[in-house]
Design a protein around this ligand. Structure first.
Ligand code: CP3
Length: 339
């Protein structure tokens, strides 16, 4: 069992810097595309045997030090009663947006073992197969709320901010309900065998620090506190969150995920006695190999002072990335960080 990743999360010494890649399973891998030829994305997410297969693909192909459960952050929103569709090219769509208390009251706080049994079964099956730790995950409440309020992906987040500023009570009620659901969901993942848990806050970077502290962070803190007794490393990734770092450090997470917009050395100074995860620009994988190697070397060096460093991209790998560049990145991190 390769436990380098778990050790780094706890700030313990490791023989080399562990690496995994955000969104490491997915469309950039030809083997994933083969599986997707026969099923829709949602069917895939609800078929444990296939989830196991696509979770394992990057582990076998790239040699990463951790696996991440194959699923999606929006699966929990569907389990709460929001009707979810994925459109090719357009991404996720919620036809019934949550913009008033009546719509919110229709959402439920589901029993995770029942409503998302396929996620828990995937975790149990994966634990029998994997030689690396398994990361479970959920979306952070703010990011999930934006999808429910906007009805899908967004660039301006008009409806989200409108609700925050004009109907703060409704917004907080929605956040609280997502938070309760997320706690049960991640506790169930830990019971099923997830060895670390990550909260993805992909869109929280649209908030300034004061709004982050008022509208988003308290819910992340509530989730982390409820997961603490499960004794698995907790990771909080606030995308575009460099200006929120001082606050993110108070989230209760053991590991702080970093996007690429902040130099890692600067982030480490703010994060202090916690591990960091990140933060290569996903597009750096397009660099020629010698330049990529140079950049990885610099990043590893800048992260030497960290209380644990897990190498990762600063956000998800892009769908047109050549898999051999990802493989080169993993091998190079292992080689250059060997001590
Ligand atoms: O290895 C892995 O990490 C795969 C598991 C995973 C997926 N989504 C599979 C997926 C994880 C951890 C996620 C998280 C996720 N989902 C986030 C947070 C991370 C981030 O990137 O910021 C968000 C915001 C989503 C929501 C989501 N899912 C969107 C906006 C889309 C459409 C855009 C896109 O990238 O296609 C998805 C679809 C999705 N989720 C795919 C995969 C592999 C592509 C679906 C396909 O096969 O067509």
């Amino acid at each position: 069992m390769n436990d380098t990743f778990l050790k780094a999360c706890r700030g313990e010494k490791t023989a080399y810097t562990p690496i995994w890649i955000m969104r490491q399973a997915g469309r950039y891998l030809p083997d994933y595309q083969k599986v997707r030829e026969n099923v829709t994305f949602l069917e895939l997410c609800k078929t444990p045997e296939l989830c196991v297969e696509v979770t394992m693909q990057p582990v076998d192909l790239l040699g990463v030090d951790a696996a991440i459960l194959f699923s999606d952050i929006l699966i929990l929103m569907e389990a709460m009663g929001a009707t979810l569709q994925f459109h090719e090219g357009r991404g996720p769509i919620f036809h019934h947006t949550i913009r008033d208390q009546v719509a919110l009251d229709r959402l439920i706080v589901p029993d995770a073992d029942e409503a998302t049994w396929f996620v828990m079964e995937t975790i149990r099956l994966l634990r029998k197969e994997l030689q690396v730790p398994l990361i479970g995950f959920a979306g952070a409440p703010f990011t999930c709320a934006t999808y429910l309020i906007e009805g899908g992906s967004s660039k301006v987040f008009w409806e989200t901010k409108k609700m925050m500023y004009r109907e703060p009570e409704l917004f907080h009620n929605l956040m609280a309900k997502i938070t309760d659901s997320t706690i049960f969901y991640l506790q169930a993942q830990a019971r099923a065998g997830a060895q670390a848990l990550q909260l993805f806050d992909s869109w929280v970077g649209i908030l300034g620090p004061d709004d982050f502290a008022e509208f988003a962070l308290p819910y992340v803190q509530r989730i982390m506190a409820a997961l603490k007794p499960y004794d698995v490393p907790l990771i909080y990734f606030a995308n575009n969150g460099a200006t929120l770092l001082d606050l993110s450090v108070t989230s209760g997470a053991d590991v702080i995920g970093l996007d690429w917009r902040i130099p890692i050395g600067e982030a480490i100074k703010k994060v202090g006695g916690k591990a960091v995860q990140g933060n290569l620009d996903p597009f750096a994988l397009l660099l020629p190999k010698d330049r990529l190697r140079e950049r990885i070397g610099r990043l590893l060096k800048d992260a030497e002072g960290a209380h644990g460093h897990i190498f990762n991209l600063g956000h998800g790998i892009h769908q047109f990335t050549p898999p051999e560049q990802a493989k080169f990145c993993v091998d190079t991190v292992h080689e250059l960080s060997s001590r």
